[in-house]
Design a protein around this ligand. Sequence first.
Ligand code: PHE
Length: 348
Amino acid sequence: MEQLLQQIEKYKQEITAFVAAGAEEVEQFRIKWLGTKGLVKSIMGEMKNVPNDQKKSFGQLLNEFKSVAEAKLEALQQSHSPVTGTKAPAVDYALPGDPVSVGSRHPLTLVRNEMVTIFKRLGFAVAEGPEIEDDWHNFGAMNLPEDHPARDMQDTFYIRKPEDGNGPTWLLRTHTSSTQARVMEEQKPPIRVICPGRVYRNETISARAHCFFHQVEGLYIDENVSFADLKQTLYFFVQEMFGKDVKVRFRPSYFPFTEPSAEMDISCQICGGSGCNICKHTGWVEILGSGMVHPKVLENFGIDSNKYTGFAFGMGVERITQLKYQVNDLRLYSQNDIRFLKQFTGVV
Ligand code: PHE
């Protein structure tokens, strides 16, 4: 009996000290100790020779011995991959990782940034102003007095009219010309700024109209600024934006804050000028309004209109984006549909 106990102790030490060089040795370990003809089994067989009064404590000892062997085998199997047969970590670092989904800039942000970059290269600074604006900066200063019929051109979201008739009427700005007004209020010529930002108009939402959209407007005031400067600046812009082949044409137009005024069309970037739905089969699309700053506007800000002249222009970022990326429904820009937005991943 004593001998048997010693034997078990020796086996335990042997098991604990065992080191395997590879999966094959682990297998040999298993066969030697825990196989059907293994040593654990044969020691278990000794049970029948143990006197009855010792059977209980001896049984416990045997069970413990068996657990030691089993735990060792498990540990060995974990650290030796049976696949390669060599020492390999339990984690397979060669497996491909989980894909990380990369976000993208919104197409309007991409195009706005591109527009800003082009004008910056021409020396324009960027100015920003509030989206909640007062009547004066949005309309009055821009030569649209309260009873001016041109106010009907822009359906406005009014926020609050003062009940007693005093103080400003608040509204959501209908164009970023309001920011130009704020720049003229604060700066002396020469002034050369672009005003990117969101604007609001009370329109029914459809594929072609939305109650908010984005503009980039520009203002240049200095001595001897001419209509030729305006044309050349805008021509440079569209060539940078759409390539050297783009054609432009100016059409006379009317804005209360510019005189003379003109709208600029470019050759349709979707069909190349042969006619499609976007250009309504004319080959041309209108992209901006522009003109020479009305002397009254300059004087509203104490700028001497005999000494200074200026040009201004304004365009929609959505329209430029539509022509650049062929987006045919304005609503796509604000629906946050990941399938739409994903198409711009990697575009910088
Ligand atoms: N403010 C005009 C608009 O919102 C655009 C414009 C700006 C036209 C400057 C002429 C000069 O449509």
